[in-house]
Design a protein around this ligand. Structure first.
Ligand SMILES: C[S@@+](CC[C@H](N)C(=O)[O-])C[C@H]1O[C@@H](n2cnc3c(N)ncnc32)[C@H](O)[C@@H]1O
Length: 644
């Protein structure tokens, strides 16, 4: 077949020769003039982003000779068209077939004409290896095609392959720490699952943990260790935190525990999630995991975006499966939540949903995103989502839903803003969920400095937009009426509470002191005021005395009930439910700059602890941690409305 020489292109990404020989071209031109016939050149039709091209795979010097000879003889000369054939009849997508095209082109060029240089082969072998992270083409295959020794090709690509293997192993470590099975990991990284077990058993994680700890003992940071180990900082942190308690993890990460229902953060934590439209601060997810899950729990994120929830789970030792309609990371699988809730939803302990806030960032998401619906359809979808979640989630599972009211665009005529928070809350509660806690999470641009707040006086509240999150627990009205029981540890406490077994509280208090010693922190200790004057024995005071003696810490006597000494417990609890900040408990000392440890024996709703913490903070305490001997739990573990 004849093809016009002007229709043919050379693609330097595919064609293997970096240099052409002018001498060979001139010799060919001479031969053409003398009437020589050349074998046909090999070409291929390829498509690049939908545009078709004909590229040359073999016969560069013949084609160049035609191009040089043709102008001398004019448009209609014999040399305006060249004898050519196509490697494959069909049009090949360049991206999908890049390495096969390179392999073919070099194989043809290695067989005749001017010899390709070693540098040409090496550069192409490196390109092939770099663009083949899943190792589909072995060095042996490349060497066979090009007539080279396998060892030579292996040496050329060795360092690229080693880096790729290390990168792949890191993905395997990450996914396994997130609780994925070897088969699931194998599917993502594209290698046999028996090899996954081999990677996981090679002791590399333990070696990295040791290396990070050595590095830290030299006063360096985890980020510096990550750079040295050539791993990403999030994985380095996850390895470093392995085996630590939640509180130790929060302290090491420097993430503050939010005590009130206003969770403001200064921007996104670089270790949690990648840059993504609508990315949320990872500290928010860490707080949610702390309050509503325990280590090893399974978390599902069906609309994962840049993977903030995945990374938070990794750092907090929770299992996680994340999905998105358009995944941008290997640890996020493709799934459309409109079709169904993703696999694993019925097993999870927490589902964290952060959907698009209707059309706010629509142009930045995929065409199939729920953000492209009409407002009516978006609301219908939300309603269906709530009932699907209620039907699917197991009893006791929690659901965190994060949504922002829309004030800036696409506001229908006659409305000032779209109250997505209210709509979502109503849908979930109507579906049967019990609302446990509603949390305001203003964007860092929406949290006001005192100066700004002063300026804002007089401006209507509706002009301030907020992100609000709500956390919900599944709720069975019939079961809620039943009496709660005490879990294994608290069963002992019940014994103590009932019979005032003082020896037992000593044993438990010493156990708590051990736990606190392990944190390596020093505090001043406070406990809530005695519950009632009628009692002769105050277990909390006794607990605080034992812990302060064991740890040699100062014991403060600074908290008083705001209702006065004579107030009954029932009246006080009722008043505390209504009370704001320091109206429930008062602190009689100035605690400026002190780190306070607040002790209590048993936490049921957490309201006493949270009111005491408010009072301590109000008195200037720098930080305030609470420690209790046990929690009361209800039969389905979700029957109590906890204050935190
Ligand atoms: C607000 S973003 C999530 C941001 C994420 N939390 C982060 O911190 O990076 C909402 C996500 O929902 C995804 N999404 C929209 N429609 C979806 C659908 N039908 N199924 C699954 N994901 C969807 C979008 O692709 C987007 O990534």
């Amino acid at each position: 077949m004849k093809i016009s020489i002007n229709d043919i292109l050379i693609d330097n990404d595919i064609y293997p020769r970096t240099r052409k020989s002018q001498q060979t071209i001139d010799q060919y031109v001479e031969a053409l003039r003398a009437g020589a016939q050349f074998p046909s050149i090999e070409c291929q039709r390829i498509s690049i982003d939908g545009t078709e091209q004909i590229i040359i795979l073999d016969g560069l010097h013949r084609w160049e000779a035609y191009k040089k000879a043709q102008p001398e003889l004019g448009e209609n000369s014999d040399f305006s068209q060249i004898e050519a054939h196509f490697w494959k009849d069909e049009v090949l997508d360049k991206k999908e077939n890049l390495n096969l095209l390179r392999l073919r082109s070099a194989a043809l060029n290695s067989q005749h004409g001017d010899r390709m240089t070693n540098a040409d082969y090496q550069s192409l072998a490196e390109k092939i290896a770099r663009d083949d992270p899943d190792h589909k083409l072995s060095s042996e295959t490349i060497a066979k095609e090009w007539g080279l020794r396998p060892r030579t090709v292996r040496d050329w690509v060795q360092s690229i392959r080693a880096k790729q293997k290390a990168k792949r192993d890191r993905i395997i470590f990450k996914l396994s720490m997130l609780g994925w099975s070897t088969r699931e990991i194998a599917e993502v990284v594209g290698i046999d699952y028996s090899n996954i077990s081999r990677v996981l058993q090679n002791g590399e994680i333990a070696k990295m943990q040791q290396a990070i700890s050595d590095w830290l003992s030299q006063g360096k940071t985890v980020e510096e260790a990550a750079e040295k180990l050539e791993i990403d900082a999030t994985l380095a942190w996850a390895i470093h935190l392995c085996g630590k308690s939640d509180i130790e993890r929060l302290a090491d990460l420097g993430v503050s525990l939010k005590l009130y229902d206003d969770w403001s953060f200064q921007g996104c934590d670089a270790r949690l999630g990648i840059s993504y439209p609508g990315r949320i601060p990872g500290q928010l997810v860490i707080n949610t995991l702390y309050y509503y899950t325990v280590p090893g729990d399974l978390v599902i994120d069906p609309m994962a975006g840049g993977g903030t929830v995945v990374d938070a789970c990794l750092l907090m030792g929770r299992k996680c499966y994340a999905y998105d309609i358009e995944p941008v990371r290997k640890d996020i699988k493709k799934h459309n939540i409109e079709a169904s809730l993703p696999p694993g939803s019925d097993e999870c302990n927490l589902m964290f949903i952060d959907p698009p806030y209707w059309s706010m960032l629509d142009e930045q998401y995929s065409d199939e995103s729920v953000s492209s619906k009409t407002l009516d359809d978006f609301n219908k979808w939300l309603e269906k989502l709530a009932s699907d979640c209620y039907v699917t989630l197991k009893p006791g599972a929690k659901l965190a839903f994060l949504i922002q009211n829309q004030t800036e665009k696409n506001i229908p005529e006659g409305k000032y803003y779209l109250d997505h928070v209210f709509t979502a809350q109503k849908n979930f509660v109507d579906a049967g969920f019990k609302m446990v806690r509603r949390i305001n999470c203003p964007l860092s641009t929406e949290t006001f400095t005192p100066q700004r707040e002063a300026k804002m006086k007089g401006i209507k509240i509706t002009e301030r937009s907020e992100i609000e999150g709500i956390a919900l627990a599944r709720y069975y009205p019939k079961r809620l009426k039943r009496l709660h029981y005490w879990d294994e540890f608290s069963r002992d406490l019940y014994q103590f509470k009932k019979y005032y077994d003082v020896a037992l509280i000593e044993k438990l208090a010493k156990g708590l002191a051990e736990v606190l010693r392990a944190t390596g922190r020093t505090f001043d200790i406070a406990t809530h005021p005695p519950p009632s004057r009628a009692r002769l024995y105050y277990p909390c005071s006794h607990l605080a005395q034992i812990v302060s003696t064991e740890l040699d810490l100062d014991l403060l006597d600074c908290l008083r009930w705001a209702g006065g000494k004579g107030e009954s417990q029932k009246k006080r609890v009722g008043r505390m439910k209504l009370a704001r900040l320091y109206e429930a408990v008062e602190c009689t000392s100035d605690l400026s700059g002190l780190d306070i440890l607040l002790l209590d024996d048993i936490c049921t709703t957490g309201i006493t602890l949270s009111k005491c913490q408010e009072a301590l903070k109000f008195a200037g305490a720098e930080s305030c941690f609470s420690a209790v001997l046990g929690w009361t739990v209800s039969e389905d573990k979700s029957g109590f409305k906890r204050a935190f």
